[in-house]
Design a protein around this ligand. Structure first.
Ligand code: ADP
Ligand code: MG
Length: 250
């Protein structure tokens, strides 16, 4: 169970991570010597202006991209030495992903979308049916289990995506602008759901956002500027986060 004792206190650790996109005159140093550790059972928001390296941070921290230098550890596993196959398995079995555009399969029902990662893993994962029921409850989707994405609102679809991200009881859930495609009220419900999963299930969540209101749901906020962590805030109001961002950008 994440967040309840054990010898590993950190779900994710980055040490001196740098990543450059492109080469020559077009090269952009998207991450520049980033070091941070994210506690198990914590909710971290990664904020920064457009182009500050938020997506690159998420991709490196979750093994989707390899840094040029530095090390990334997830749940005590150092990713640098891992093969592409092992990285793919780690992502599928130990990590959950939530995207701005939901990324659900339109032909599948809610229940089929949620359980897809377990089926894709074949014999390596077994479906935990009581956990599926609990997730359907948590996300308020119990009466939508036979619906397809096209028959549901954006907020409902994002809740399906969150349940899918959690079905394999991942070490960490990574969310990239999870409320970016939702209206304010629907977005708030999705953020409150993520918050409850942290508080009540001990889930570790890392969320990229440019929205101070979204970031105000987190336990800590990493402020990225030009690929570096310019500041780390504890739990803060949206106003305080917005004010810090404005100062750092100036
Ligand atoms: P953010 O998510 O904060 O907008 P990104 O991590 O996407 O920032 O990008 C950081 C910087 O790296 C930006 O200047 C962006 O243009 C550049 N960049 C990102 N991905 C690529 C890529 N595949 N090729 C070239 N440059 C890239
Ligand atoms: Mg981005």
């Amino acid at each position: 169970m994440p967040g309840t004792g054990g010898s590993r206190q950190w779900a994710v650790g980055l040490r001196e991570v740098s990543k450059t996109h492109g080469s020559g005159r077009g090269a952009v140093r998207a991450l520049d010597d980033v070091t941070t550790q994210l506690r198990q059972g914590s909710f971290t928001a990664v904020m920064g202006p457009s182009g500050s390296g938020k997506s690159t941070f998420l991709h490196c921290a979750s093994g989707l991209q390899r840094p040029d230098s530095g090390t990334v550890e997830i749940g005590g596993h150092d990713l640098s030495g891992m093969s592409e196959t092992s990285l793919t398995e780690l992502r599928r079995e130990k990590l959950g992903f939530v995207f701005q555009g939901f990324n659900l399969l339109p032909a599948l029902t809610t229940e089929q979308n949620i359980t897809l990662p377990v089926h894709l893993a074949g014999r390596r994962l077994r479906l935990d049916k009581p956990w599926l029921e609990r997730l359907l409850d948590y996300t308020g989707l119990a009466d939508r289990r036979r619906h397809r994405p096209g028959e549901m609102s954006g907020g409902q679809q994002q809740r399906v995506a969150i349940a899918r991200a959690l079905i394999a009881r991942p070490e960490v859930v990574f969310a990239d602008e999870p409320t970016g495609a939702l209206d304010t009220a629907t977005g708030r419900a999705v953020l409150q759901l993520l918050r409850r999963l942290v508080d009540e299930v001990g889930q570790t969540v890392v969320m990229v956002t440019h929205d101070p209101v979204a970031a105000s749901h987190a336990d800590s906020v990493l402020l990225l500027v030009d690929g570096r962590i310019a500041e780390v805030l504890g739990a803060s109001s949206a106003e305080a986060i917005a004010e810090r961002m404005t100062r750092l950008e100036a």
